[in-house]
Design a protein around this ligand. Structure first.
Ligand code: PLP
Length: 399
């Protein structure tokens, strides 16, 4: 063909992390068919949807079967019943949102990646390690990226000082991605740290894109939303999801909050996002929106909390093993992820291979989440209690 392609795609690393993990596991399994391999690497939930959700979805399916209650295209930002449920959800954290600031979607991944379309050429600042979609979606548009090292020294929670160090000059108009609780490190920003980011963003005319996909795992006095910080509505967009809190990874529903007061270059970001969504997205299916509404109801929140508690128990068990064995890790307490420092100076893949071959446990090599992920391994608490307990017993024996 003689068409021109988006050359920026050449900048993308081959997405080989999970395929390489699968390849090594398959090779090992072939050589050791009797091995009982336990997967603690997966980032997907395993418990089924809350009953209140499936009941609501079943009722919605019935509505679709009758001429009187059938629904066609949904409003692009979401039905009022769901927007109001999300609004009530935020009131639990003391955050007041206008319905027009909430946009539902089929997943945080889509929104995180699509938000890039609203912006021109800005420096984009991305924590390292982090969810790879931030980097790849910006590379696809040829954006200039600076990395924010998340290291043991800063307890995996880089602040504005690290950004200035990384760039080496005064900054303004930066797009800053923050993920808290973080995937993969499990680290969570506290109020003071988020206040510092908001102060920095406002002082430099920058925008924070805050990914709260793991908000349901937050406990104690830590922020669930960037909008708990005063002034954040002047400098932040938040992306949230029901994937990990309500088991919606296969059902697909999320939302993005774009405050009405966000303005840049004489344009309102809320209006731009509405325009973008109404042009390119036709709304979350009605049946799914009814399920999402149910997940955010008081009964749904209790059922979702039970799901999260189940995973949290796994994380606690895993954490106790590493603590007892004197192996450093972060996360687990407020996140489904444990970010383990590879023992004996091993590299990510070296530790991965050792775990696979000697312990028959599969993790995810930290190097796959960014250069600063080297020397770490991510374990997840999304397995069953039984499998996690068995893996922990083996880890205790071998570590
Ligand atoms: N953001 C982070 C930090 C994630 O880890 C994930 C999925 O693993 C997502 C967003 C995507 O979530 P969703 O399933 O809503 O697209």
């Amino acid at each position: 063909m003689k068409i021109k392609v988006n050359e920026n795609y050449r900048l993308l690393e081959k997405n080989y992390l999970f395929s390489e993990v699968a390849r090594r596991v398959a090779r090992y399994r072939e050589a050791h068919p009797e091995a009982k391999i336990i997967h603690l690497g997966i980032g997907d939930v395993t418990l089924p949807l809350p009953k209140v959700v499936t009941r609501a979805m079943a009722a919605a399916v019935e509505e679709m079967a009758s001429r009187e209650t059938f629904r066609g295209y949904a409003p692009e930002a979401g039905y009022d019943f769901l927007l109001k449920a999300i609004q009530r959800h935020y009131r639990r954290f003391g955050v007041e949102l206008a319905l027009g600031e909430i946009f539902t979607c089929d997943g945080a991944k889509s929104d995180v990646a699509n938000l890039t379309e609203l912006f021109g050429e800005n420096l984009v600042c991305i924590p390292d390690p982090v969810y790879p979609v931030y980097l790849d979606s910006n590379l696809m548009l040829g954006r200039e990226v600076a990395f924010l090292p998340a290291t043991r020294e800063n307890e995996y929670l880089p602040g504005p000082a690290e950004l200035e160090d990384a760039v080496g000059h005064a900054l303004e108009g930066v797009i800053i991605y923050l993920c808290s609780p973080n995937n993969p490190t499990g680290a969570v920003y506290d109020h003071a740290q988020l206040e510092e980011w908001v102060r920095f963003a406002r002082a430099t005319g920058s925008l924070i894109i805050f990914d709260s996909a793991y908000e349901a795992f937050v406990t104690g006095d830590f922020p669930h939303s960037i909008f708990e910080v005063e002034g954040a509505k002047a400098c932040a967009i938040e992306v949230a999801s029901l994937s990990k809190s309500a088991g919606f990874t296969g059902t697909r529903c999320s939302w993005t909050v774009v405050p009405e007061e966000l303005e840049a270059g004489g344009m309102h970001l809320n209006e731009m996002w509405l325009r973008r969504q109404t042009t390119k997205f036709n709304g979350v299916p009605y049946v799914v929106q009814r399920g999402a509404e149910a997940a955010l109801s008081p009964e749904g929140e209790a059922e979702c909390a039970a799901l999260v508690d189940y995973y949290r128990e796994n994380a606690e068990l895993m954490g106790s093993v590493f603590r007892d064995c004197g192996i450093a890790f972060t996360g687990g307490a407020q996140s489904p992820y444990l970010w383990v420092t590879c023992p004996r100076g091993m590299g990510s893949w070296e530790f991965f291979d050792w775990l696979l071959e000697d312990v028959n446990v599969v993790g995810t090599p930290g190097a796959g989440f960014g250069a600063y992920g080297e020397g770490h391994l991510r374990l997840t608490s999304f397995g069953s209690h039984e499998a996690t307990a068995e893996a922990c017993e083996r880890l205790r024996r071998f570590l």
